[in-house]
Write a protein that binds this ligand. Sequence first.
Ligand code: ADP
Length: 482
Amino acid sequence: MSDIKNLSLFRDLPYINGKWVDCAKTVDVINPASDSVIGSVGCASVQQAKEAILCAEQAFYSWRETTAKNRSLILRRWYDLIMKNQKQLAKILTVEMGKPFDDAMGEIAYGASFIEWFSEEAKRVYGDVIPSYATNQRSLVIKQPVGVVGAITPWNFPNAMIARKIAPALAVGCSVVLKPAISTPYSALALAQLGEQAGIPAGVFNVITGDANKLGAELCSNPIVRKLTFTGSTSVGKTLIKQCADTVKKVSMELGGNAPSIVFEDADVDHAVQEIMISKFRNSGQTCVCTNRIYVHESILDEFVSKFSDAVKGLKIGNGMEKGTQQGPLINKKAMKDVHKIVKDAVKQGASLVLGGKSHSLGHSFYEPTILCDLKQDMDIAKQEIFGPVAPIFSFSDEQDVINKANDTEYGLASYFYSRDIGKIWRVSEKLDYGMVSVNSGILSSETIPFGGVKQSGTGREGSKYGTDDYTVIKHINMSGI
Ligand code: ADP
């Protein structure tokens, strides 16, 4: 059930300039649901990373000369191949990352939707003609690919976080060197294999698996790389921004979050429960847009806690490959221990445990879905990104006060609230200091919308008509003597 080594899309070596390259070292990849070794993957050396960057530079010169339609057709073929192989890709994803197979199927379709979207956007990277400042002069603006892109992606969406970056980059004519998370390399390598079948030329899309610090430092410091795009924690993001400073790279950063979900007194409580279940427990709470703090109006607190607890008790925990599983393990034991520490500290600081609060009897990296109540804004848990299946519930009584509390964080990625009062919906939407606000829904992401944060949640936007901006530079052409 968990063997993926025989699958045709299984590859375990870095992919550089259209070739699977041997490595002096390998590292084991672990299935978090069983702690068993799935296989080992080659670790690219820094020298191999340099070669990948050089090859990407060579490939860039010809790729950028291709027509938008040509790049569009290749991306469209890639999309078709991914959807044709959806089940195989989902199986690889579940086995290396742990999320339920149905969720993995959803992630493959979600990731592919960005490739489809940017295959369409490739043809719409328009420039401008600016009204002239002198009679014999004209000003044009064209958008051009920024150059070789370095991409560093996390393990929580081993497929989609890659697709969201590579698709716009390739669409506008950039080439890419990708470093996926070492705990989930197989999804990335499978994508590269399908990219080759779709006709992506050698060197345009390279994948280097291996040591994050060394390969990341090379991507950030190498002057050939003109842009770095990263999804991951805020602390690593800050390190990468510093490393990119010496070569003044364009950067986009999709970093951590501390999403509030506010349930106002006029909300449909059943609906709010259903949506917060999704935004809290999806991916076992391991997404940057997961609800991190739940604020419930004091007049509906008891009703909410009771209905929410019932829903949480119904979650089916298990190996993601087992039918009906709704919540898999955390990515590894360390992640499970980190989550447990957050819960223990909150209880020490006065929180009451309503449900869960310990590692799950399934063992390995599984953690019980947990609910905490009686929380105060000055507790550590209000400031931390939990990244696990833990739901802290705060109560509030005043609209402006809850907005202040929701904004009381260094992060600013996703936020959610529930209300049926149109005036309040406008007021609160405008006052939340977040890149994304979702009203009456626990899901806000699709390829059609600009995904990204403010404050220490990052810069740049992925998806939507804005999504190509991160991979282009603006050139002004001044024409005189007319
Ligand atoms: P998470 O907490 O979600 O694992 P990280 O920010 O630690 O997030 O990891 C996200 C990605 O960043 C992974 O691909 C990881 O290998 C990579 N990474 C972690 N540390 C560094 C680093 N110092 N330099 C470059 N990449 C790094």
